[in-house]
Design a protein around this ligand. Structure first.
Ligand SMILES: *Cc1c(COP(=O)(O)O)cnc(C)c1O
Length: 355
């Protein structure tokens, strides 16, 4: 190993949560990883310490101007007790694309992955192994230099926290309802849509609240200029199956380049199906629903892996897809991806990394 980190173990380990009642992102493990950056010194002092609150100067730049980023990936326990990360080098590469956009200093990709492996290894006993459970890994970076003024900071913290999570689908793999948002937008060309930064999500809460009030779980975002082209579903990428064509939005700067999106495209191509990365108008989705050619819609992301859509709410009317039932492509993709992630299906794509 190229990197070594000091480890300070907690003196007061917490009891492990009941795997049957785990929620998403509510419970945290005993330890976390922290590393500092200072201009002139670079990233330094990577260490594993007991999980706990961080001390911040009230003038810390992140609290005022939002200079920060985050990532999300999972560790899974295999039936024979190994621990697997799913494509962590993709998260490392995405981190540096986000950092570049946010004027946050780059992190060596090997250091990023080694830090994850080290902290996951220390809290290995926290990884649940019940079907559907996993350890959610949240790396994040924020500017903690104390100053008021808009410029890139000279001091940052890189932190990794870990959260054991339960099955995403409490009632089993089932379809969701999605509200098509026409007023608010998530990302405009030239903005930060392709970067995983907190501001994108703060700005999305208003539309999410509207969606919930309409009885929907998530928002379908349309493009910022014409409010016509489909972009993403909540914090997931979106796929549409119309006739024989599988369509997802192209990576033109307003779309977050999902690891799951990339994996779905690779699997479909391996299975002999082509994915069109092209712009698609919501009007064409509605038309396809009307003439019976809309076969499936599903969202892709680390949290739920595959999330089938059973209903769209658009301009005050409900459009039902497959009578609200889960489609065959979504099911096959979910079973394959989840199988590879948990080591139950042989990983012939070279995607998993053992801890
Ligand atoms: C994280 C995220 C995704 C999904 O990315 P994965 O790497 O597949 O988890 C999609 N869209 C947005 C807006 C996201 O934040």
């Amino acid at each position: 190993m190229k990197y070594q980190f000091a480890v300070q173990k907690t003196a007061t380990p917490k009891p492990k949560p009941d795997p049957d009642t785990l929620k998403f992102g509510k419970t945290f493990t005993d330890h976390m990883f922290i590393m500092d950056y200072e201009t002139g010194k670079g990233w330094h002092d990577g260490r594993i310490v007991p999980y706990g609150p961080l001390m911040l100067d009230p003038a810390a730049a992140v609290l005022h101007y939002g200079q920060e980023m985050f990532e999300g990936l999972k560790a899974y326990k295999t039936p024979d007790g190994r621990v697997l990360l799913f494509r962590p080098y993709m998260n490392a590469a995405r981190t540096n694309r986000t950092n570049e956009r946010m004027c946050i200093p780059a992190i060596d990709e090997e250091l990023f992955v080694e830090a994850i492996r080290a902290v996951v290894n220390v809290d290995r006993d926290w990884i649940p192994d019940k079907p559907g459970t996993s350890l959610y890994i949240r790396p994040f970076i924020f500017a903690d230099e104390a100053f008021l003024g808009v410029h890139a900071a000279n001091h940052y913290k890189f932190v990794i926290i870990l959260s054991p999570v339960g099955p995403y689908y409490e009632k089993g793999f089932s379809a969701t309802s999605i509200y098509v948002e026409e007023e608010y937008v998530r990302a405009a060309p030239g903005g930060t849509g392709y970067a995983k930064v907190g501001g994108n999500y703060a700005g999305s809460l208003k539309a999410q609240t509207k969606a919930n009030a309409m009885g929907c779980e998530q928002v379908l975002w349309l493009d910022a200029i014409e409010r016509s082209y489909v972009e993403e579903i909540g914090t997931s990428n979106a796929f549409f199956v119309i006739g024989d064509e599988i369509i997802t939005a192209p990576l033109t700067g307003t779309i977050l380049p999902g690891v799951t999106r990339d994996s779905v495209i690779a699997l479909l191509e391996k299975w002999g199906m082509q994915v069109s990365q092209r712009r698609l108008r919501i009007e064409d989705v509605i038309k396809a629903a009307g003439d019976g050619t809309l076969r499936e819609i599903f969202a892709t992301g680390t949290a739920a892996v595959i999330s089938p859509v059973g209903k769209l709410v658009y301009k005050n009317s409900d459009i039902t897809i497959r009578e609200g039932k889960v489609g065959p492509l979504a099911t096959r993709l979910y079973e394959t991806l989840y199988g590879i992630q948990t080591g139950k299906i042989a990983d012939d794509m070279g995607w998993t990394v053992a801890v």
